[in-house]
Write a protein that binds this ligand. Sequence first.
Ligand SMILES: [Cu+2]
Length: 492
Amino acid sequence: MKNQQVCPPSPRPLLDSTFPDFPSSSASQIIFINDWYHDTTDTIVNSLLSSQGYNSSFVAPSPQSGLVNGAAIYNCRFAEPGLTGEQKAQRDMPELRFPPDARVRLRFVNAGAHPVNWVSVDEHELYIIEADNTPTLPVPVHRISVNVAHRYSGVLLTSGRRIGDSFYLRAQINTACFGAGFPDLDPQTPLIFRIADEGHRLAKTLPRSRDWNDPTTGNCTDLDETVVVQHAPPQAEQISVFNSSRIGPLTTTDEAGLSDGISFLEWTLNNITYENFAYTPLLHQIVRGEDPNTGRIALITAWNVETVDIVIQNLNGPEHPFHLHGKPFWIMARSQGSVGPETIASLDLNTYNPLLRDTLGLPSGEWVLIGLVADVPGVHAFHCHIVFHQAQGLFGALMIQPDVIRKLQDPGGELPGALALLCAQGNPNVIDPGRRGRLRKRLFDLPHLDLLHRHSKTSTTTSPQPTHTVVHAQQHDKLHDATIRSGVGECS
Ligand SMILES: [Cu+2]
C-alpha cells in the first residue's frame, strides 16, 4: 500500500544570517513530517464526539504511519487482518540528493495531527541551530524530537562523502507519547539521502546505512531548553493561569468516567470546554462591543501593552503540545507537579537564556511558566496542537488590547467587510464540529483563578474593565504598527 500524497515540496532557500554562531549552509531542504490515518479526520472526530467513540475509545488515536514530505510506504505486516493492497517498496519513494562537502540545513516541520517524531540521519549527527525561528547554540545530536507544530533546523555535514553514497533519513514516531494502543501503526518512515552533483546519473541502490542506537520511545520531552543564546525577557506585569484537565470517560466502557454523566471525553482549560461557534468569531464579538467572556472559551486578557506570564498546568492529561498564535513566548520555568497561587510569585525563573518559541510539549502532571510581551492586538488562539484534542475542546485564547480591537468598528477600520458579510450568511448558533446540546458537568473546580485575583503580584484576567495600567513608554511605538493578526473561530 502506498499513501496518496506523493508531492514533496520543492526546496526553497533558507537564510542563515540570523544564526551567526554557525557557518552558512550551502544547501537547504524543508522536511515536512506528517502522520497518515486510514480513516478520514471527519470520521475519527465525529466518532470521538459520539457515545460510540472511535474504535470504542475516546483517546486520540495513533495514525497508521508517518509521512515525510507527503510520502511513505506502509509496511503491510502492520495492517489489520482483512486489509489488502499492493505492497510498495522503498524504491517507490522519492529521494533527496545533496552535494558532497556541503553544509545542508534541514528544516524539520512537524505538520502532523498527533505524534511526536524522532528525526535522524543514519551515521550523521545533526547540528541544531534553530527552534521555532529562535537561534540556538549549534549542538550535535543523533536524533531530534519534533513535536506537533515544532520546527527545528538541523545542519547535516556531507564532508567526506563521495558521489553515489547514500543513507537514510528516518522519522520515527515516539509511541510512548500516545495515550492508547497502536496495533496497526508502522512507526518508521525512511527517506533516502543520496550524494550527487548536477549531471550525474546514479543507480537507485538502497543504502546500507545503520540507524543510531538511541531509543525512539520514551523520553517524551522537548529539546533541552537551556541550549539557547542569551536573551533576557522583561519583568512580568501580570500572571495568569491555563489549567488543562479532562472530564468524561476514556473508553466506552470506562464506568468511572461514564458515571459522571458525560458520554464522551472532553478537554478543558480553566474548566471550560471550547465550543467553536463558526459564524460568530470572537474577533467580531469584540468589534461589536460584546464581552467575549461567555464561558464558551477560556480567555486571558492583556488590556495594555504589557509583559504577561502564563502558568500552564497539565493536571491529568497525556502530553499536550501547547501552541500560542500571534506571539512567541519565553519558557522560563517548568517542573513536575502543580503550582498554586501561593507559590507562583516565588518561582525560580530562568531570566538568563530562556528559549523563545511558540509551541511546547507539556507532559502529564507537569506545569510550565511562559512569558511574553503582549503587544499585538488581537484574539490569539492558545490550544493543544493535537487536532483531536482541539476537537474535544482543548482550546483557549489570549486576548490582547480589546479596546484597540473595538476601534476597528469605526469607519475605515481594518476588519474586512467581506469577512463580516460572510459570517452574516451562516447560522450564528452552529457549533463546529458536530457539537450540540450536551449535558455539561465540571469535575474540576480549581480555585487558582479566583485566588489569583487576590494575589499581590497578579490580577484578574476576566474583568471587562482595564486592570493593568503599566505600559512601558518605549513600547507605545509598537502600537502604530500593530495590526489584528488573529481571529479565533473564523468563519468556516
Ligand atoms: Cu493535547
